[in-house]
Write a protein that binds this ligand. Structure first.
Ligand code: MN3
Length: 204
C-alpha cells in the first residue's frame, strides 16, 4: 500500500494575502509530495512498516530498524508534519471559548500566548517547526522541533504548528521571517485547534 499525498482541502490562494498561492502550490505539490514519495520508497517491502499510517510510525520511531530510522524520521516526519500543518490553516476563524479559556489560564492572556509563540518561532535557528501541544502531563506547551522531528515521537499531542523552513515563506517574505510568523496568526483554523484540544484532553 502506497501513501497518497493528502489533498489540501482548500484552494492554493485561500490564505492570501498572508500566505500566497504560489508558495502553497509549491509547498504542497512539490515539497510535501517529495516527502510522501521518499517515505514510500523507504517502507516498500518492509514488513514491519508497510500498512501502518505515518503518524503511527512516527509516534513509535524508536522501534524502527536502526538502519533506516533516521531516514524514516526525516521523511515520515515530513509527511506527518505537513499533513498536520496544512490541516490547521484557514482565514478568519474566530477562536472558540474552550481553547481560548485554556490559553488564558495557562498564559494569563491570549496576547501573552501570542508573544511567547512568536518568541519561540523567532528563536528557532535553522529549519524546523514551532508547535503548540498538549504535553505528556496534558498541559499546554509551546515548543520547537528541528528538521522534521515531530512531538508525536515524544508522546505529545499537536494542536497547532507553523512551518519555519524557508520553503514555507521565502517566495513572499524572503528574509522577513518575523513578518511571516506574525501573519500566520491570521490563518489559524482555531475550530480545528479546538477540536484537537478537546479530543486530546479527553483521550490523552
Ligand atoms: Mn514545509
Amino acid at each position: 500500500m502506497k501513501y497518497e499525498l493528502t489533498k489540501l482541502g482548500y484552494e492554493y490562494d485561500a490564505l492570501e494575502p498572508f500566505i500566497d498561492g504560489k508558495t502553497m502550490e509549491i509547498h504542497h505539490d512539490k515539497h510535501h509530495r517529495t516527502y510522501v514519495n521518499k517515505l514510500n520508497a523507504l517502507i516498500e517491502g518492509n514488513k514491519e512498516l508497510e500498512g501502518k499510517i505515518p503518524e503511527e510510525i512516527i509516534a513509535n520511531i524508536e522501534t524502527v530498524d536502526e538502519k533506516i530510522r533516521t531516514a524514516v524520521r526525516n521523511q515520515g516526519g515530513g509527511v506527518v508534519n505537513h499533513n498536520f500543518f496544512f490541516s490547521i490553516l484557514k482565514k478568519e476563524v474566530k477562536i472558540p471559548n474552550e481553547i481560548k479559556e485554556a490559553i488564558e489560564e495557562k498564559f494569563d492572556s491570549f496576547e501573552k500566548f501570542r508573544e511567547e509563540f512568536l518568541k519561540s518561532a523567532l528563536g528557532l535557528f535553522g529549519s524546523g517547526w514551532t508547535w503548540f501541544v498538549l504535553n505528556e502531563e496534558g498541559e499546554l506547551e509551546i515548543m520547537n522541533t528541528l528538521n522534521q522531528d515531530s512531538p508525536l515521537s515524544l508522546g505529545f499531542i499537536p494542536l497547532l504548528v507553523i512551518d519555519l523552513w524557508e520553503h514555507a515563506y521565502y517566495l513572499k517574505y524572503q528574509n522577513r521571517r518575523a513578518e511571516y510568523i506574525e501573519n500566520f496568526f491570521n490563518v489559524i483554523n482555531w475550530e480545528k485547534v479546538n477540536e484537537k484540544f478537546k479530543d486530546g484532553r479527553n483521550n490523552g
